[in-house]
Write a protein that binds this ligand. Structure first.
Ligand code: SAM
Ligand code: DTB
Ligand code: SF4
Length: 341
């Protein structure tokens, strides 16, 4: 049966979260005239959020490079010559120093990333100590460490981890063209362990992997039909890194990227949607359109994990022009006393 777009738009504008999206409905949203799509995304956004508030996180690579996975986009895979040196797990004091600086620069959440397929149990112990100390600074905590067992997820939660980032990246159909060393189901299993341990989920994908428009529909369908929507949905624009198999291919159209953000906003109305990697190469106008389409979080600071991000000066000027204000502690209740500072 064809989708009744008028009825769908009316139903979407109520902002009620749904988990039974069909691919045909998501395709119909992508196909809306751009102004209608942005209007709908704005209606949904304003039902749940202050339209001018943007959540700010800071990223730190606590273990860089040498990863045994073969994700075709990633400069940290040991399978590609990208010039990224493999390092050891960072020590606690260096991590805390970065977290304190991030807090001073206005980040409310600190996200620690490791180039692992999965952490070992002794890594969980060390990262757990980092999490507890970052939390004691009065920041929300996030980590992205690869696949987890149920027990590892529980230990991270017990250490004070608020969010776990684990992306689906693309549609189930396109996944095998991007990563051969793990399956979509592996990703879904870790997401279930993270949920079962009581953590908030940060899960999204990448635009620019050579995916078709059906794959973007498929990615958003996978995310929006999870048993609970991820609280945080990063939409990354591929950062092409020399030496990775995806370097040098055609870049996606900016309007298509903004459409992906708008549809994510509509199908996961209560989620914070992150305008994630790729901002360094975006114009102010493209970023403004992404915020208008319902993106309401970003990474602050001049570095993502291994690649560049706009620094404080450019972001400060952009936020000033757009009247953007920081959204403190978007969805987590902090139990640390320092949170009140
Ligand atoms: N190794 C862990 C994993 O894969 O889950 C955690 C770190 S990994 C770098 C986190 C995410 O960064 C990936 O899932 C991917 O979505 C994103 N990412 C990596 N390289 C990227 C790139 N070149 N451009 C955009 N996003 C990228
Ligand atoms: C996410 O979705 N994007 C961030 C974060 N989660 C960990 C990572 C982007 C990495 C971009 C490439 C790099 O800097 O190495
Ligand atoms: Fe490893 Fe994560 Fe990069 Fe894949 S995305 S190669 S798992 S660091």
């Amino acid at each position: 049966m064809p989708v009744d777009v008028t009825a769908l738009a009316r139903q979407c504008s109520s902002g009620q979260p749904r988990h039974n999206w069909t691919r045909a409905e998501i395709a119909a949203l992508f196909a809306l005239p751009f102004s209608d799509l942005i209007f709908l995304a704005q209606q949904v956004h304003r039902r749940h959020f202050d339209a001018n508030a943007v959540q700010m996180s800071s990223l730190l690579s606590i273990k860089t490079g040498g990863c045994p996975e073969d994700c075709a986009y990633c400069p940290q895979s040991a399978a590609f010559e990208t010039g990224v040196e493999a390092g050891k797990l960072m020590d606690l004091e260096a991590t805390l120093q970065a977290a304190r600086a991030a807090k001073k620069d206005g980040a409310s959440r600190f996200c620690m990333g490791a180039a692992w397929r999965n952490p070992k149990d002794r890594d969980i112990e060390k990262v757990g100590r980092m999490i507890a100390e970052v939390k004691a600074l009065g920041m929300e905590t996030c980590a992205t460490l690869g696949m987890l067992t149920p027990d590892q997820a529980q230990r991270l939660r017990a250490a004070g981890l608020d969010y776990y980032n684990h992306n689906l990246d693309t549609s189930p159909e396109h996944y095998g063209a991007i990563i051969t060393t793990r399956t979509y189901q592996d990703r879904l299993d870790t997401l279930a362990h993270v949920r079962a341990a009581g953590m908030k989920v940060c899960c999204g994908g990448i635009v620019g992997l050579g995916e078709s428009s059906d794959d973007r529909i498929g990615l958003l369908h996978s995310l929006a039909t999870l048993p609970a929507h991820p609280e945080s949905v990063p939409v990354n624009m591929l950062v092409q890194v020399e030496g990775t198999p995806l370097a040098g291919q055609a870049k996606p159209d900016g309007i298509d990227f903004v459409r992906t953000i708008a549809v994510a906003r509509i199908v996961m109305p209560e989620s914070v949607v992150r305008l994630s990697a790729g901002r360094e190469e975006m114009s102010d106008e493209l970023q403004a359109l992404a915020f208008l389409a319902g993106a309401n979080s970003i990474f602050l600071g001049d570095r993502l994990l291994t690649t560049k991000n706009p620094g404080q000066d450019r972001d400060g000027a952009l936020f000033g022009k757009l009247g953007i204000t920081p959204m403190p502690y978007a969805t987590a209740e902090l139990d640390s006393p320092a949170a009140a500072e």
